[in-house]
Design a protein. Structure first.
Length: 474
């Protein structure tokens, strides 16, 4: 069943019940009002009815001779009677001052009517009048009651006319309301139908499409906004997935290429030893040394790949206080030992401590320093600075080489990327140093960036949150 039909089947009965309740209330209110009017008439004529029954002016309708029949003007069909425990005593239809004891039209009293003094009730009638409104009044004679009755045909006629009008008007209004409701619901459902058509188009592959309407004015519009926001997130997620898959394919390809090089070299030396069992001792030692070198190089590459995989998986690192001053001084000492002919200087403005993994942070700083040694001319100075700024510890590795082109500043942190594709792997490494440094720093809640060094060169900066109680703003 469609939503449109369900809404109509829900609203229509509620409206019909409400309209029926209003009609019943109107009918009951008018009936009560009319009966109250008749009861007031009965009270008003009660004394007259009693007087006429006690002093009848005749046995039939008044003759118009101006006698006692002109003293009372009873409503047409008024009936009066004395009753006691044994039943009716004397009475009949009243015409002015006369009593028609043989009238064919009279009320049908219940047997217990004498037991209800000062009460009004409705009873059926015979002959011309269908029903009567009866009022019971005590008399001066014990056990005798006066019963005065007025026909209700006028009241019943008015109520019947009202009932016909209510049925006709309510039926017409119900039909009109149902038609209008159907049209309004149909019009209100059109935006949802358009959303459904758009959703089917999106499901077929059109993620760039958006549903309408999408605004804050209506519930359907707010639904459109939510759907569009969801579609935007889905589109971005699919785009990120495509980028991730592309990077993964490149990573696998580059890793395979990097691993293939030492494997090819090792296999070549192994085949050389196998084909030439009579090689000289020096040649054998050279081949074994080269196999050992390539094995060590491949092991370092595999270790780097495993470290990146662990960092990508979000595996927890050690969390302990790390003295950055000692780390910077050690990195500078290692660089001086690796390149004695180069000036490598440390600038430490204030001792700083962060919370993190000491081994991994040292690896990140060492990668940046080694990158500066490898990619700058021999003899050019390198500086490593430590300072506090805005609640962060900043470690700057400053070189005075050729710098990093603006087009390469984002890509140099990618895995296996080399700014100079012609540089040999032995000299430039596998291209994982900066990506490892970036992953380690990100895992510590920091960031890494590169900028130009004043006067030429590149400055790599690591920013790490400082441990509580060790922040110093400069």
């Amino acid at each position: 069943m469609s939503l449109r039909l369900r809404l109509l089947l829900t609203l229509a009965p509620l409206f019909i019940l409400g309209l029926a309740a209003a009609d019943v209330g109107t009918y009951a209110a008018l009936q009560s009002s009319l009966l109250q009017g008749v009861d007031k008439q009965l009270v008003a004529i009660d004394d007259g009815v009693m007087h006429v029954l006690q002093n009848p002016g005749g046995q039939g309708p008044p003759g118009g001779d101006g006698g006692i029949g002109q003293q009372y003007a009873f409503p047409a069909g008024t009936y009066g009677e004395f009753v006691d425990q044994s039943g009716p005593l004397y009475g009949g239809a009243l015409y002015g001052g006369y009593v028609a004891t043989t009238a064919s039209s009279h009320p049908v009293f219940p047997a217990t009517i004498y037991k209800d003094p000062n009460s009004a009730l409705t009873v059926p009638g015979t002959g011309t009048w269908e029903s009567y409104r009866v009022y019971v009044t005590p008399t001066n004679q014990p056990g005798t009651e006066l019963v005065a009755a007025i026909p209700l045909d006028g009241v019943n006629s008015t109520l019947s006319t009202l009932l016909l009008f209510e049925i006709a008007i309510s039926s017409g209004i119900t039909i009109i309301v149902l038609v209008v409701t159907w049209l309004l619901v149909r019009r209100g459902m059109r935006p949802l139908e358009r959303m459904g058509a758009t959703a089917r188009s999106i499901a077929a592959g059109g993620l760039g499409r958006r549903v309408a309407p999408s605004n804050e004015r209506t519930e359907v519009g707010r639904l459109g906004l939510a759907l569009n926001a969801m579609l935007g997130q889905l589109e971005r997620a699919f785009a990120e997935r495509d980028v991730t898959e592309q990077k993964l394919r490149h990573f696998v390809s580059d890793a395979s290429h990097e691993l293939r090089t030492p494997l090819t070299s090792m296999r070549g030396y192994a085949e050389l030893l196998q084909r030439n069992p009579d090689m000289s001792r020096d040649d054998v030692v050279l081949a074994v040394r080269r196999i050992e070198d390539e094995t060590r190089r491949m092991g370092l590459l595999v270790d780097d790949l495993l470290l990146l995989a662990r960092l990508d998986q979000g595996r927890p690192l050690d969390r302990a206080p790390v003295d950055l001053t000692s780390m910077v001084n050690d990195a500078v000492s290692d660089a001086r030992a690796a390149d004695p002919g180069r000036s490598v200087i440390a600038h430490v403005e204030t001792p700083l401590v962060v919370t993190g993994d000491d081994l991994r942070l040292r690896q990140a700083v060492a990668n940046l320093v080694r990158n500066a040694l490898v990619h700058t001319p021999a003899g050019s100075p390198v500086e490593v600075a430590l300072q506090a700024q805005n609640g962060h510890a900043e470690i700057d590795v400053i070189d005075h080489g050729p710098g990093v082109p603006a087009a390469q500043r984002e890509r140099i942190f990618e895995r296996f990327h080399r700014a100079d594709p012609l540089r040999s792997r032995d000299q430039g490494g596998s291209g994982l140093g900066l990506s490892i440094a970036t992953a380690v720093v990100s895992a510590h809640g920091g960031r890494i960036s590169v900028a130009d060094t004043p006067g030429g060169g590149a400055t790599f900066r690591i920013e790490l949150p400082v441990a509580t109680g060790n922040t110093t703003d400069v």
